[in-house]
Design a protein around this ligand. Sequence first.
Ligand code: PLP
Length: 400
Amino acid sequence: MSTPAEDRLSGKVCAIQSSITLEVSAIAARLKREGHHVIAFGAGEPDLPTPQPVQDAGIDAIRKGLGRYTAAAGLPELRAGIAKRFTDDGYPHEPSEVMITAGAKPALYLAFYALLNDGDECVYPAPFWSSYSEMVRAAGGTPVHFSTSAEMDFQPTVEGLRGVLTDRTRVLLLNSPNNPTGTVYTAETLEAIAEVVRERDLFVLTDDIYQHLIYTDEPFTNILDVAPDLQDRVLIINGLSKSHSMTGWRIGFAGAPAPVIQAMTRVQSQIAGSPPSITQHAALAALDDPSPAGRKESLDQRRRLIIAELAKLDRVVTPEPRGAFYIFPSIAAHLGKTYEGTRIDDANVFSKVLLQEKLVATVAGDAFGAPGHIRLTYCTSEADIVEGVRRLGEMISELK
Ligand SMILES: Cc1ncc(COP(=O)(O)O)c(C=O)c1O
C-alpha cells in the first residue's frame, strides 16, 4: 500500500499557511461567479489600468520575440534604470547592487533566505503584512513581532523593538506606508530605530512597495534618509504591482550591498531562472514615471469616502490611514455578540459572517497580528465603498 500523498509532505511545508488574502479573494470570486454582488474589500489590488505606455511596451516585446530567458538578476538596462531610480531618490546604488524579481514577494523571500540561518530571528512591528511570518518561516527563520498602538499612530518604538531583541535577532523588517494600517513612518521614528540598528548591528529590510501612495503632505521616508551610514546593511524592496497596477505581470526589485544581491541572484538562478522577460521590457517603460498621474488622486478620493462612511458606524473605531490603500477599523466593541445564533468570538468569525451573510470580503486582523480589527482595501468603485460599508453597518446593527 502506498503512502497517502498528504503524508509525504515535508514538515517545513506543513508549517506554512497559505495567503489569507488570496483565500478570501478566491471565495469572493466564487460567490461572484455564482451571480452575487460581492463587495471586494479583500485583495490589495488597484482597480486602475496598467499605464498605456507600459501595456504598449509589453505588446511590443512579445511581437519582437523577446520572450526569452534573461540574465538571472534581470535585464542589465532595467537593473541600471532601477539603480538610477534608487540613486535619484537619495539611496545611491550601482546596477550590481540591484536585482529584478517576479514581484516584491519573491524579493522578500530571497532576502530572508539569504540573510537568515535556521532559527535566526527577524523582527518587525505589528500590525504587519500577513505574508511576512510565513515567508520568514519558509526560509528557516523565526518571525518575531512587537506591538505598536493606534494611539501612537502605529509608529514602531525603540522600547517595543528592544523588548524583543535576542542574541538570535538578525534582521529588522520595516514597511511604510504600512499594510494594513496605512501609517507612514516619520523621520523621528526612523532616527530612533536607526540608533538600535547601529547598537545591535542589525540588518534592515525595508518594504517600500507603497512609496508613491502617500495622501498627505508628509514625505516618504526610508531609514536611509535619516541614517545614510546604514547603507551597508539595508536592503530595499520595491516593485510596480501597486504603483503601476502590474499585480499579475509580476515585477519587483531589490537594492542591497552587492554580496547580498549576488547571493539572492544565485538562488533565483536555480529556482526561477530569470524574472519574466516580457514584463521586464514593459517595466522599462515605467521607469520614467514612478508615480503615474491621477492614480494617487483617484485613490485619495476613495480613502476620504471610506473614512467618512465608516465614521457613521456604531462603535467602529477607525484610525485614519495616510498611505497605501487599506483601512483598518477596530470592531472589538462588537466581539462576543451573536449573529443569527453564531457567536462572533473574534475578527475571523466576524469577517467570515460578513462575507457569507452580507457578501462583503474583508480580511480579519488576526492575520496581521492585530486581533479585533478587519482590513478593508478601498481600491474599488465609490458605489461599492458606500454599499459595502452600508452592509457592514447593517450586520453590526443585527448583532445581538
Ligand atoms: C507590504 C507588501 N509588500 C509586498 C507585497 C507584494 O507585492 P507583489 O505583488 O509585487 O509581490 C504586497 C502585496 O500585497 C504588500 O502589501
